[in-house]
Design a protein around this ligand. Structure first.
Ligand code: PEP
Ligand code: MG
Length: 589
């Protein structure tokens, strides 16, 4: 049984730390990327009521399955319902029912969790059976378990912030939209079995400045809700049931980090200028308009990337209205100051969020996402463009917003999107609706095809933005959210570096603005290389700005250029890492 594997005493796990910070709190288990099956610890007096709730759910499930069997038999004949009959037998199985009830009593568990845990154990046993027919019966167990959990939880979506207040969330995986809803005032941090540094769940953790570790192995099955745990988001260390000495060490560490944060705020007004006098633009990536607060705290030079797709996760019917979008974009435009904000049109699909009505895809990162989806669903795209053009109008007459097109892989997409943008502007003009004219339109370079075609793409856009996350994923054919290949997801791979350098040369040659908005711009050692390749406009998660500002102020561009030119001559990732480690050792970078 899964719960019997759990130990007592301190134990440590290593994962990938994706957002700095130390969290010390109580574990809160969630067994569903959507945050729907949570692990509760019920008081003793509630246990019998919980068992009653479980038995009621079994009765409802039996009625549902019986009804389905009768409908199927009437439509297709007596022998066609044998799969559902197997489900009915499972629901009547006294032994499984007893196991679930015992689990509830022994572990003070809620019924959903008990069903999930007991059936998961059965599934593990079935997976080992050599007989093909019997092994396949495991899918019946999974199906029945799913039905029971659905009945038990109804349409109830738990508010993780309420449930986990003061805790560290532990899950196999979390969706970026669930992470986006976590309130850092209530949730101390999270750990997941799955995920990599550049996955959207990790990006979201950094945006919220929420300590987090991903890719932590089988942590979710090793911990019980309510146990004390520590996560160190810098090193990726997770400690369960820490000893008093460990607890003291990390409490001190947490205090040191808090002091550092106070120091960061004091330095916020210092200019981001290199020792040889070159100004570097340090902009903010934001996902939620609430983050504007962080953006101002770290004194960013405008918003370099507003990932607008996160507006779509909270909308009532899956789609935000034009007015809702207008309000959000106007707020971002107003708050981002003179430098304004770059609104990326929705990059729905991939590992992020999905539009209602579109089927989940086999290979979503390469599927109908971003600009492809915008062009396939032009009415949704037009609504977004109307809202952006209206919100971009500033009283001084200048547009305060720019439009950025994600995941472009050919010029036809850009031309079609620009034609739609022009048509929307004509429509607004004809109606007499106030809007900005001349809103710059830029292209994300994040698909290898766009690197090769950077020059023609640049000639038909007002600016470029390098998305190093998708670019690394696509160039190396490695899933950015898969912990099994996280070690080879490497923006320092020579192919990725050479691609970035090629785009930088095109931008320089054509005199077109080029920004970097992927996670590379948050990583000090990687930023040295970006600066050395001539990239002076960087957009990053707001909490990374203080460290990058310190780095910029500590180096000369000349020094960075020499380093980049050496690195660009190297041919393996290991050589690049070794060279950088040797050159940057002791410099604090
Ligand atoms: C990128 O791919 O680098 C990027 C900035 O976009 P996202 O991370 O949202 O895919
Ligand atoms: Mg991208």
């Amino acid at each position: 049984m899964r719960n019997q594997r759990k130990k007592t005493g301190e134990s440590r796990f290593e994962g990938t730390g994706v957002c700095h910070g130390v969290a010390i709190g109580r574990a809160f288990l969630v067994d569903d990327p959507r945050g729907r099956i949570v692990r509760l610890f019920l008081p003793a007096e509630q246990l019998e009521a919980e068992i009653f709730r479980f038995r009621q759910a079994v009765l409802i499930a039996q009625q549902q399955v019986q009804g389905a069997i009768e409908r199927l038999q009437a439509a297709l004949g007596a022998d066609r319902a044998y799969i559902l009959e197997a489900h009915l037998l499972l629901l009547q199985d006294r032994d499984i029912g007893q196991q679930i009830e015992t689990f509830i009593r022994d572990n003070h568990a809620n019924a959903e969790w008990a069903v999930r845990d007991v059936t998961a154990t059965l599934l593990t046993l079935y997976a080992k059976i050599t007989d093909d027919y019997l092994r396949e019966r495991g899918s019946d167990i999974a199906d029945v378990s799913h039905r029971l959990i659905k009945i038990l939880s109804g349409s109830k979506i738990y508010d993780l912030n309420e449930m986990a207040s003061g805790s560290i969330i532990v899950a196999d995986d979390l969706l970026p939209s669930v992470t986006a809803d976590l309130d850092p005032q209530r949730v101390l941090g999270f750990v997941t079995n799955a995920g990599g540094w550049a996955s959207h769940t990790s990006i979201m953790a950094r945006s919220l400045n929420l300590p987090a570790v991903v890719g932590a192995g089988d942590i979710a099955s090793m911990v019980r809700s309510g146990e004390t745990m520590i996560i160190d988001g810098a090193t990726g260390t997770v400690i369960l049931r820490p000893s008093p000495e460990t607890l003291r060490f990390y409490t001190d560490q947490r205090e040191r980090l808090r002091q550092q944060q106070r120091f960061d705020i004091e330095e916020r007004e210092l200019p981001a200028v290199t020792r040889d006098g070159v100004e570097i633009r340090l902009r903010a990536n934001i996902e939620l308009i609430e983050e504007i607060d962080l953006f101002q705290r770290f004194n960013a030079a405008g918003v370099g990337l507003y990932r607008s797709e996160f507006l779509y996760s909270n909308a009532a019917n899956g789609l935000p209205t034009e007015e809702e979008q207008y309000e959000a974009y106007r707020f971002v435009a107003e708050m981002s100051g003179r430098e304004g904000a770059v609104v990326r049109t929705f990059d729905l699909g991939g590992d992020k969020l999905h539009l209602e009505g579109y089927q989940p895809e086999r290979n979503p990162a390469l599927g109908l996402r971003a600009i492809r989806l915008s062009l396939a669903a032009p009415s949704i795209f037009r609504t977004q463009i109307r809202a952006i053009l209206r919100a971009a109008l500033h009283p001084d007459g200048h547009a305060r917003l720019k439009i950025l097109l994600p995941f472009v892989s050919n010029l036809d997409e850009v031309r079609t999107a620009r034609a739609i943008i022009e048509d929307v502007a004509r429509e607004l003009r004809a109606e007499g609706t106030p809007h900005a004219s001349g809103v710059p339109v830029g292209i994300m370079i994040e698909v290898p095809a766009a690197v090769i075609l950077a020059e023609p793409l640049a000639r038909e856009s007002e600016f470029l933005s390098l998305g190093t996350n998708d670019l690394t994923q696509a160039m190396l054919a490695v899933d950015r959210g898969n912990q099994n290949v996280d070690q080879i997801f490497d923006p320092l791979h020579p192919a990725v570096l050479r691609a970035i350098n090629a785009v930088a040369e095109v931008a320089r040659h054509l005199g077109i603005p080029l920004n970097v908005c992927g996670e590379m711009a948050s990583n000090p050692a990687q930023v040295v290389l970006l600066l050395g390749m001539g990239l002076t406009d960087l957009s990053m998660t707001p909490s990374a700005i203080p460290a990058i500002r310190r780095l910029v102020r500590s180096l000369s561009l000349d020094e960075a250029r020499q380093l980049a030119s050496q690195v660009l001559s190297l041919t393996t990732p290991r050589e690049v890492h070794q060279y950088l480690a040797a050159r940057l050792a002791g410099t604090g970078r």
